[in-house]
Design a protein around this ligand. Structure first.
Ligand code: 6DK
Ligand code: ZN
Length: 369
């Protein structure tokens, strides 16, 4: 088993500043400056754990190539691309659209490297250089829509890679699973009317974006039925997530039979995350990856390309990411010293109100042709 791994130091240099990703600091309102939640730490520490654990020696390092303007324009409008390039050339940079998504000078080049990194990882899987791949990119991408960034995202990294696979590499059907705790609204919007790209988002019910990702968002026109949303109640843990994998994700992938599975992998559903209220442990992420690999073996020759999204616990994101990469590469567990604490929390079992939501969405899987 060969697993590709992509990381670049420039991803750590994407500058989100000190407005915390909530609102600009405002002393009169009592809002103190605070480092943006989407800062380099979680991802840099994940990379460092990959190195220190020795897993790096078992992975095939992939070098990112920047996305071209043509590739970015398959998802974004020319006006938006120009605005990002213009703001990126300013001494203090700019914001991708909602005031939560700042970037420093040169942010365009880093965002283009992140999008290009996901393209590079997807190409490596498709051309058989590696069996599967993990792109540890930053900034994240799954909230970005055609004409704007939002929610810490500048370009829709996975959407751009999926479009590239479809339009330049001739791939037919693609499935995108998003297990970031926030709704993958941007990715979904790009393929909402497209029956050849199945999007499945597991997220905490109505966290971000506001009023986005309801179970009844199911695609439109020809794409009707090819968007699935599982809005999990707060407090959902390993067993709830695994039940969603077993009763929605895996059956949907079996019916859809994609040629490759892409994953928007945030670790903000973890029990340690400051921005959400879910309970997932590194064991949960390990098992979700295992189930995904099993169905990928069945339907698409094991082809999986993972793109990093959110996750805001500097302590826990590294162990969750390591668990995913160990599983992808078939390597034994290095160990997670936080696991005894988080798996000791009550509430990991599947609860009735969680099951009810998941079962409702499971009923939609039969509409996939
Ligand atoms: N906003 C992401 O993890 C980004 O999905 C998540 C962005 C969430 C912002 C949520 C939030 C507030 C809260 C209070 C007031 C205003 C805004 F894209 C990823 F990085 F992956 O808490
Ligand atoms: Zn998120």
């Amino acid at each position: 088993m060969t697993t590709g791994y992509l990381y670049h130091e420039l991803f750590g240099w994407h500058d989100t500043g000190t407005n915390a990703g909530l609102a600009p600091s405002d002393p009169a309102a009592g809002l103190q400056p605070f480092v943006h939640f989407e800062n380099a730490e979680t991802k840099r520490r994940l990379h460092e754990l990959i190195v220190v654990s020795g897993l790096i020696d078992k992975l095939e390092r992939i070098r990112p190539v920047s996305a071209t303007e043509e590739q970015i324009l398959r998802v974004h409008t020319p006006e938006y691309l120009e605005r990002i390039k213009t703001e990126s050339a300013l001494p203090k940079g700019g914001d991708a659209g909602d005031g939560l998504s700042p970037f420093g000078r040169g942010g365009y080049e880093i965002a283009a490297l992140a999008a290009g990194g996901v393209i590079t990882a997807v190409e490596a899987v498709l051309n058989g250089t590696v069996d599967n791949a993990y792109a540890l990119v930053r900034p994240p991408g799954h909230h970005a829509v055609a004409s704007s960034g939002m929610g810490f995202c500048i370009f829709g990294n996975l959407a751009i890679a999926a479009k590239h696979a479809r339009e330049a590499l001739g791939v037919g059907r693609i499935a995108i699973l998003d297990w970031d705790v926030h709704h993958g609204n941007g990715t979904q919007s790009v393929f909402y009317d497209d029956p050849d790209v199945l999007t499945v988002s597991l997220h905490q019910d109505n966290v971000f974006p506001p009023n986005s990702g309801a179970a009844l968002e199911r695609g439109e026109g020809e794409g009707s039925g090819y968007a699935l949303n599982v809005p999990l109640p707060p407090g959902t843990g390993d067993q709830g997530y695994l039940y969603a994998m077993d009763s929605v994700v895996v059956p949907a992938l079996r019916r859809f039979r994609p040629e490759i599975i892409l994953v928007a992998s945030g670790f903000d559903a973890s029990a340690m995350d400051p921005l959400s209220r879910q309970m997932v442990t590194s064991t949960g992420y390990r098992e979700m990856t295992r189930r995904l690999m099993d169905v990928a073996d069945e339907v698409c020759g094991g082809r999986i390309a993972v793109s990093h999204e959110g996750g805001y616990s500097p302590v826990y994101v590294p162990f969750c990411g390591l668990a995913v990469m160990e599983t992808l590469s078939g390597q034994p567990a290095f160990g997670d010293p936080v696991l005894p604490i988080v798996s000791g929390f009550a509430g990991h079992d599947l609860q009735a109100h969680q099951k009810q939501v998941i079962d409702e969405v499971a009923g939609f899987v039969a509409d996939i042709a």
